[in-house]
Design a protein around this ligand. Sequence first.
Ligand code: ADP
Ligand code: MG
Length: 353
Amino acid sequence: MLKSYLTMKTLVAVGDKGDWDSYKKFIRRKGMCGKHGWRFQSFDYDTILSGKLPEVKTDSLVFFFFFPFEFWKKTIETKRYKGVYGNRSFYLSYVDFWQQLKKRITKRYPGKKISFVNDPTAIITDRDKVRTRKILARAGVPVSHVFETRDFKKIISLINQGKRLFLKVRYGSMGKGITYIEKDRWITNFGFRNGQILSRKSDYGWKFHEVTGNNAFLKRLLRQDLIIEEAIEPLLSKGRKFDLRLYVCFGKVLYIYPRSTDPRNVTTNISQGATGEAQEFLRGLPERVLELSKRQAIKSVRAIKLNFAGVDIMPRVDNGKVTVIEVNTFPGFPRARHFPLSKLLMTEILKRH
Ligand SMILES: Nc1ncnc2c1ncn2[C@@H]1O[C@H](COP(=O)(O)OP(=O)(O)O)[C@@H](O)[C@H]1O
Ligand SMILES: [Mg+2]
């Protein structure tokens, strides 16, 4: 018995109970482990950080992490938080969290072979939009053009020349804290009152509203940590603006999830009102757009040094080209009746490790 444990592996899923989506869907597949001769355990982050990790019998442990909701809500985006959403403090405590976590795990199991589906040192990357973009660009992935200037007059001059810009908080996600400006049309989903930028206390309902010509707002926003990107001209399909979420696992695209919205809307985030499309939607797209999207998604995930991620890609109007918008280390999972991602993911993990 003891001998068999030595050669067996344990898959450890780490997540929080508050995660009703991916973590829960993944744990439902734990029966697959036994069939492949693996053991399965799941822990929440508190168990690890408070040093309560139990003994594990096998010699090898493979960790798979889900988004640390409890930590995020308790420490980063708290109800008491008064600052602007998505600033540097978000990132710094997030980085610290993952460093602590990795340390705790390796210390708790000395002599064991520990591996990660996604290593904590790579998990943090996608939270920094500037860094992510740099890594992708260096790897030859097509990304949006970026403007480094934070000078109000230069920005105004850019839009007067006809440029259309996305101003996104550098450490934000889920379509929160985004501003779009073009000549005579400025739109943001931040609030602005008495010279202060206001952030919603929820992940949802970040409604866009017009702030055209509100110079005080733009000047205030330019003092935030931002990424300023040129807007790409998205390819429309059946009159809809859309992006593609590609789920990549160990160098393979497992699933493509199209999300669409009215072309007048600024973002294609489901969390902010875009619609998930059925697979039929993909059949309306040129084959080479899909092929290129797959290639760039795989390249992106490799560049960030992850094994599993969701890559958001927008096809452009110009001739079958695509732009990688972002890489999500913790993508939401599709409904199992649409696509059993957790099952395929489990299969891949058990196969590769
Ligand atoms: N450069 C861009 N050109 C066109 N649309 C963009 C651009 N950047 C972002 N968007 C739109 O805004 C959405 C949110 O941007 P993203 O960088 O993914 O931030 P978040 O992490 O908040 O989701 C994207 O899904 C896309 O629809
Ligand atoms: Mg996004």
